[in-house]
Structure formats: C-alpha cells, structure tokens
Design a protein around this ligand. Structure first.
Ligand SMILES: Nc1nc2c(ncn2[C@@H]2O[C@H](COP(=O)(O)OP(=O)(O)O)[C@@H](O)[C@H]2O)c(=O)[nH]1
Ligand SMILES: [Mg+2]
Length: 399
C-alpha cells in the first residue's frame, strides 16, 4: 500500500516538474525606473526590449495611459524544476498628472483575476483548462535618489497593498554611495512604518516556522527595501567568464555582487525561497479576504487596513491629485476629514461598481449556459426528427 502512495507521490512530483510552477510577478515603477532592465536581469535573458521602453511625456499636458504588458518566460532551477514566470510590466505608470487612473487599472486587473477564481470555484463543472492569473507579487521600484518615499509611492502601496504582496525595491542602487544607500533605505522604511503601508513583510507564525526560516525572514526584513542594480549587457572580464554588469570608467560592476546590492537576495527570495510563501499568502490571506468581501457584499475596513495593522495612521486622501513629487510629510499632516470622507464615498462607489460588474458577469454566464442548453435541446430535437424521418422512410421502403 505504502509503495503505491510513494509511487503516486513520485508521479505527482514528476508531473509538477513537467508542468512547472506557475508564478505571476508584476513590476511597477515610473518610466525610466529600470523595470525592463530588472526583468531582463532577473530572467538572465532579454525578455523585454529596452530600446522602446522609455516613455516620457513630451510636455506636461501629455497624458500617457498605463498599459499592462504580459510576457511569459520559462526558467529552470538547478534541480530541473521549471518555473513558468508570467511577468506583467506596467509601461506608462506615473506619467500622468493624476495617477488615480493608473492605480485603478492595476487594481481592477488584480481584482478581475480574483473574480475569475471566484467564478470558477462556483462552477458545478470545473474547466480543466482554467488558468489561475492571480498576481503573486508586485515588485515596486523606488527612485534611488529620492529621500524616502514620494507621494505616489505612498498612495500606491496604500491602495494596492491589501490586494497583492508588494515588495518595495530601490532600483539603480549604483547611483548612490554605500552611505547614501543606507540612509535612503532607512528613510524609506521610516515612511513605510509611519504610514503603516501594507507591504509584504515576510509574515510568520512563530510556532510554525523552523529556527532557520525565522532567521531568514528576520534577515530579509532587515534588508527591506531591497536595493538592486540591473543591466542588459554581458561583459567578458578576461577570464572567459561572462558577467552581467555595468561598465564605468573605473571598471565593471557585477550585478550579482552581493556586497553592492541585494539583487541576488531578491532573486532567490522571489524564485526560490519565498515563491511558495508568496503564492500561499496570495491564496490564503489576500484572496480569502477579497472573497469574503465579495460574497458578503459588505466592504471590509478601509483599503489600507488588513492583517498588516493600520490603525492610527494618518490618512492621505485617495483622491488627492498627484502634483509632482510633493513632500509626503506635509501632504498628510493637513489631509482634512472632508477629503477622507469623500475618498471613502468614492471607494464605496467603486466597490459597488465592481460588485455590479461581478453580478453582471455571473448573469451573463448563466444566460450563456441557458442558451447552450436550449441549443443542445434543439439539436436533440433535430436528431430525433431525423431518426423518426429515417425510420419512416425505411418502413415505407420495406412496405
Ligand atoms: N545606473 C543604472 N542604470 C540603470 C539600472 N537599471 C536600468 N538602468 C538604466 O535606466 C534606463 C531606463 O531603464 P529601463 O529598464 O528601460 O526602465 P523602464 O522604463 O522602467 O522600463 C536605461 O538607460 C537603463 O540602462 C541600474 O541598476 N543602474
Ligand atoms: Mg520598460
């Protein structure tokens, strides 16, 4: 008996290996922040064309709409386990005067993936080819040369954090000295704490973790926000070994050098050590909360709230328009109640709209099924008629 179980477990494992693990990563950051370069560096190949990627408004009135672009890459780790990595790039993010629209496009996409699962779960007969498109992690790129967070960073993390695992990352770490990088990391963390932004902070249940995992998570927390250096070029350092790096007048920098950035740590976290944790957290916590909200028809506490404690944080109105890199500190301290109230109203309205859209989809689904049923009935009737006709003809012939 046990050998059968073992055999089936082995079979399952082989099947998983063949099919690969599915992981969806979204990369968000303003134009020129290094999204494309990061994706190429992460995958070790040219996934995104960088030459066409920099979208800059020609003047202030130009409105660039956010787009979501999906690419799929198959990666294989040392043990031959395949990862089907879906990458969602967000060209145009942060290029408008008012970024609420960008936030909505992203949040609608994430919610839509949850709705699809909800719908699939409620089906009597499951679709074997159903594709789970939930976003398991969102890497959010922060400008290295800013001091702490900008208003757009705060608002993005506040709005999207309850829906998706956000990992904040300082890009282009090579533009800072070691000391500057340390300072900026600290300022960013202070802002994240101050506004209680719901980032993925390597949550753990002390009882359920081994000492080793506990230490890993503590270390990863202490490194947050991770700093990265990306490059689209490979260089031969003379000994035949190729490195992905950046070339300067004084020499070449290796993006995988752990003493100058956390890139390797981030890659290992995303693709190896926390891949399953990120997926589990998406399913068990983020999706579950969304599901409860959608099915009960009542909205949960304000979006910025959740498992990641938010009480008492000063609120920035979700409606406040983003006029350039305003100082975060000053905007929040004078956020009037009226704005919060309006933001709340707006939120309720959006949630109602979403629920309505969901209901409509369910209705449409029902209608489609009903039509299908009617068509089947019609086909059946035609077959019956034909059989009857044939039977009659046959009997006429034999008479
Ligand atoms: N110094 C430095 N430049 C970078 C880094 N990553 C990307 N860049 C450069 O920044 C520019 C914009 O990068 P890109 O990946 O196209 O940004 P995107 O618009 O966010 O996709 C390009 O010229 C890149 O070579 C980095 O880590 N360090
Ligand atoms: Mg790009």
């Amino acid at each position: 008996m046990s050998s059968i179980i073992e055999a089936s477990a082995a079979l399952r494992k082989r099947k998983n290996l063949r099919r690969g693990i599915n992981f969806t990563l979204m990369v968000v950051g303003e134009s020129g922040s290094g999204r494309s370069t990061f994706v190429n560096t992460l995958c070790g190949q040219q996934v995104v064309d960088v030459s066409t990627s920099v979208l800059l408004p020609t003047d202030n009135s130009t409105q660039i709409d956010l787009q979501l672009r999906e690419e799929t890459v198959e990666l294989e780790d040392e043990e031959g386990v395949k990862i089907q990595l879906n990458i969602i790039d967000t060209p145009g993010f942060g290029s408008s005067l008012d970024n609420t629209q960008s936030f909505n496009v992203i949040s609608d996409y994430i919610r839509h993936q949850y709705d699809e699962i909800l719908l699939e779960e409620s089906r009597v007969r499951r679709n074997p080819r159903f594709k789970d498109g939930r976003v398991h992690c969102c890497v959010y790129l922060i400008n290295a040369t800013g001091h702490g967070l900008k208003e757009i960073d705060v608002e993005f993390m506040r709005a999207l954090g309850p829906l998706v695992n956000i990992i904040p990352v300082v890009s282009k770490a090579d533009s800072l000295t070691v000391e500057e990088l340390k300072l900026n990391k600290r300022l960013i963390m202070e802002d994240i704490d101050y506004y209680n932004l719901p980032i993925y902070n390597f949550p753990f249940d002390e009882g359920a973790l081994s000492d080793e995992d506990y230490e890993t998570n503590m270390l990863l927390r202490s490194l947050t926000p991770f700093s990265i250096i990306g490059s689209n070029e490979l260089y031969d350092l003379g000994d035949g070994a190729m490195i992905r790096g950046r070339k300067y007048s004084w020499g070449t920098l290796d993006v995988e050098d752990s003493s100058i950035s956390d890139f390797v740590v981030l890659r290992n976290t995303l693709l190896i050590s926390h891949l399953h944790d990120l997926k589990d957290y998406t399913h068990e916590v983020l999706y579950e909360r969304y599901r409860t909200e959608a099915l009960s028809g009542e909205s949960l506490p304000p979006l910025s709230s959740g498992t990641k404690e938010h009480q008492g944080s000063p609120s920035i109105s979700a409606k406040s328009s983003l006029q350039g890199p305003a100082d975060v500190q000053s905007t929040s301290s004078k956020a009037p109640n009226q704005d919060t109230y309006l933001a709340r109203e707006e939120q309720i309205r959006l949630e109602e709209e979403r629920l309505k859209a969901f209901e409509e989809r369910v209705q449409q689904e029902l209608l489609l099924k009903r039509q299908e049923l009617l068509q089947r009935e019609q086909e059946l009737r035609e077959i019956e008629d034909r059989l009857e006709r044939e039977a009659n003809e046959n009997s006429e012939v034999s008479v």
